[in-house]
Ligand binder design. Structure first.
Ligand code: NA7
Length: 544
């Protein structure tokens, strides 16, 4: 057919972050032709863009790493307990080189449109360089925290100094020496960057809308012996992270609730975890995400720590979170965040009681007072989970767009596919554990599931797979039901889409746990992809 696009692939993958890289590797290994489009100038996804000072992963490096290659996991040396962004980016580049992935990746190219052709049962994919290619399947490996969001604040465009967004940081070094810096937002990105910016800047003013819970990272250099111990135990560590852990992280699982212990025992447990550092603070007890009274004990402990660390009582009070249960907004992991407010060159401005009125050429105005700044850092987060997908014009059956279908919130079967959009897979999409888990564990699981599904289809001559509407409705109801049984929907979090004005408030990730979710996915596959409709293409006509 001369109207057909010149280039055709079995699979087009959107994004060359950790999901896209591994997807490409698996597809190659199975003999599928694949093309990856990446809007950035290099691999790494979120780690390519988030170059702000202090950016690091808050899952420990020995676990925030691929497990698919034994040689890779035995040979790569992580230098610290939590890898800093440059090292994670180096790792992504190493993986791309080691597995010779670059030759199938086109950089600096956005996928702008993908339209399903029902007659040809293939996708027509149009990219920012004006080309259109065909693909039997499209895999969205677009990331969950990849669409940086600039807040709508009056006068922001009139600010004369530089304005940076943590999620879209310049590649060249930014030097704040001698400058007065305004930092808006107090999520993970702010909490990681504030202590470093404060060391450089003449003055740092942090504008806080919602005080956030944060626990110490206790980051340190990784000793050779620690790495060796991990490497020796990798088979068990990886198995546990995939099959047992709720969040894809190998750590001891609590077997009792917070109210089962008396005050002294509880305090000792929280203190031990505080001392050890890290996200697993929330694993002191098994009901912190479920029971408000239990949760309050952990929240009170952290509020108490903030009061101990921060010398000025008014500042300490302002920094103590009280608007949401601990953990229901992503808990932050910091190095000296609260202590930073003891520095004479750091001040905290409450913008909850009095929101920012306006940004002028050289100041942020709050309650009639101008806080003069030379540079602004927006640590205001992302249009999470659906934001990057929504930026692509995706047309499914009958010309319906995915944005139309998801207007009242994302609907998927297992987070992997959406009814009406055949042969379109999403990696770590809404409705899967995704951002509630160690992302690399979830990415590997999704990629492997998709790779096996495509192999299954090829062996049987099947050409289309699509989520059935009925199975999708059931899954969406299940995802909501599980979330409703927890404290999570109580927070105005990005998990709920609450940070984006007008975005439907739906708890997007599946909170049933990584191990449970994997078993469900495996059972679905074992039952011949139950809930998905698979079809044979039209048989080719015999030649006359
Ligand atoms: P987050 O966690 O979404 O934090 C964004 C912060 O910016 C948060 O404190 C917001 O306050 C604040 N914010 C957002 N919009 C505004 C406006 N318009 N005015 C004032 N303050 C605002 O993003 P991060 O980049 O820190 O972290 C994202 C994830 O990356 C993190 O959870 C880890 O998983 C890694 P709010 O809480 O909405 O009141």
């Amino acid at each position: 057919n001369p109207a057909r696009a010149a280039e055709a692939y079995d699979v087009v993958v959107v994004g060359a972050g950790f999901a896209g890289l591994y997807m490409l590797h698996r597809l190659r290994g199975l003999g599928f032709s694949a093309r990856v489009y990446e809007q950035g100038g290099g691999v790494g996804g979120t780690w390519y863009w988030n170059r702000y000072p202090g950016a690091r992963c808050d899952v420990e490096s020995m676990q925030y790493s691929y497990s698919f290659s034994e040689e890779l996991q035995q040979e790569w040396d992580w230098s610290e307990r939590y890898a800093p962004q440059p090292e994670i980016l180096k790792y992504a580049n190493h993986v791309a080189d080691r597995f010779d992935l670059r030759r199938d990746i086109q950089f600096n190219t956005r996928v702008e449109r993908a339209a399903f052709d029902e007659c040809a049962t293939c996708w027509s994919v149009t990219t920012s360089d004006g080309k259109t290619v065909e693909a039997k399947f499209v895999v969205l490996a677009t990331g969950c925290l990849s669409n940086a969001r600039k807040p709508e604040i009056k006068g922001l465009e009139s600010f004369k100094g530089p304005v940076y967004h943590t999620g879209n940081w310049p590649h060249e070094e930014v030097d704040f020496t001698g400058l007065r810096v305004g930092l808006i937002g107090t999520g993970s990105s702010s909490i990681q960057s504030a202590p470093i910016i404060a060391e450089q800047a003449r003055h740092l003013t942090v504008f806080q809308r919602t005080a956030n819970f944060s626990v110490p990272a206790r980051n340190a250099a990784l000793m050779h012996e620690e790495r060796s111990a991990f490497r020796k135990n990798y088979p068990e560590i990886r198995r546990f992270a995939r099959e047992v852990a709720r969040n894809g992280i190998y750590t001891e699982q609590p077997d009792r609730g917070a109210l089962d212990d008396n005050d002294d025992v509880r305090r000792a447990k929280y203190s031990a975890r505080w001392g050890r550092g890290g996200l697993t603070f929330m694993y002191a007890y098994n009901n912190l995400g479920l029971d408000r009274a239990a949760n309050d004990t952990a929240a009170d402990f952290v509020r108490g720590k903030i009061a101990e660390i921060v010398k000025d009582p008014d500042t300490a009070k302002l920094l103590q979170p009280n608007s949401h249960p601990i953990g229901t907004k992503r808990i932050c992991v910091d190095t000296d965040y609260f202590a930073t407010f003891n520095r004479p060159n750091v001040s905290l401005v409450d913008i909850k009681t009095n929101p920012i009125q306006e940004i002028t050429a050289n100041a942020v105005r709050v309650a009639g007072k101008d806080h003069e700044v030379d540079a602004l850092v927006l640590a205001t987060g992302f249009d999470a989970m659906t934001g990057s997908v929504a930026r692509i014009d995706i047309l499914g059956r009958g010309g319906q767009t995915l944005n139309q279908k998801w207007a009242e919130g994302p609907k998927t079967l297992l987070g992997l596919m959406s009814a009406g959009f055949p042969n379109l897979f999403i990696i770590t999409g809404p409705g899967s554990p995704s951002v509630l888990s160690n992302m690399i564990v979830s990415i590997e699981q999704h990629v492997d599931w998709i790779a096996e599904c495509l192999t299954h289809m090829r062996m049987r001559g099947l050409t289309t797979i699509e989520a059935s509407g009925e199975a999708e409705e059931k899954w969406v109801a299940h995802v909501n039901e599980v979330a409703e049984g927890t404290l999570y929907p109580q927070a105005n979090s990005w998990y709920m889409g609450a940070n984006i004005p007008g975005k439907p408030r739906i708890f997007m990730p599946y909170i049933g746990g990584v191990g449970v979710y994997r078993r469900i996915c495996d059972e679905v596959a074992a039952k011949g992809y139950e809930g998905f409709v698979m079809e044979h293409g039209e048989q080719p006509q015999a030649a006359a």
